[in-house]
Design a protein. Structure first.
Length: 219
């Protein structure tokens, strides 16, 4: 029987609440900073002004985008994480991926770094469609997760440094792009690193449903 997102929310919330302060003190690897900077460049180049970060954690990336001129909203499943976001002056809310309570078309862009790997495959299409609904036509979506052909599997790991152990869903490159392509146009896909540190980077675009010119064109 496949795992559903609603079954893992409680343990994820508990794990991230317990690790919030510890995670807030961590630095970021240079490659993560480079991925973030590249996405910011795309946003500025295509007139994206309002950004939603989902799975925002303690808000480090949201602060970066805010300090670089974007109107940022941060959401996370963990109330403890949201509290740390608010300490940084962010507009932050406790929400899960299927409970993103914003009007359709509210955002020019969405940023999701290493959070959608907690969504089971059974519910990933619904989550991607929920994200798509919140975006304006032509908007950009950064989706970055660990994964690859060497470890496509779902479940928890005893060696996890969070308690309780978190649920993960790792996908092959082809599988991840297939899910993404069902809801978005793929602007860019590339891989950073290898083995257990192998990171899949996707920049996606919401097409104009009318087939006419998009509000934020990539041309």
């Amino acid at each position: 029987m496949s795992v559903r997102y609603g079954e893992v929310i409680g343990s994820l919330r508990t794990a991230y609440d317990g690790g919030a302060r510890r995670r807030d003190g961590r630095g970021k690897a240079p490659w993560k900073l480079a991925e973030r900077e590249a996405f910011l460049g795309r946003l500025k180049g295509h007139g994206c002004g309002r950004l939603l970060e989902i799975g925002a954690g303690t808000g480090h990336d949201s602060v970066y985008f805010r300090d670089n001129g974007l109107d940022v909203v941060a959401v996370d499943l963990s109330p403890a994480m949201v509290a740390l976001c608010r300490e940084k002056g962010l507009d932050a809310h406790a929400m899960d991926f299927l409970g993103l309570d914003f009007p359709p078309g509210s955002f020019d862009a969405v940023y999701a770094l290493n959070c959608l790997l907690h969504v089971p495959n059974s519910d990933l299409p619904a989550v991607l469609e929920a994200v798509r609904t919140l975006m304006r036509p032509g908007g950009l979506f950064f989706l970055g997760v660990y994964g690859g052909a060497g470890r496509p599997r779902e479940g928890t790991f005893d060696e996890d440094d969070h308690h309780p152990p978190r649920f993960f869903s790792f996908r092959s490159d082809e599988q991840l792009q297939e899910y993404a392509r069902a809801a978005f146009e793929i602007v860019d896909f590339h891989v950073v690193g290898a083995d257990d540190d192998r990171f899949q980077s996707l920049t996606l675009r919401r097409a104009d449903p009318s087939g006419g010119p998009a509000g934020l064109s990539l041309q």
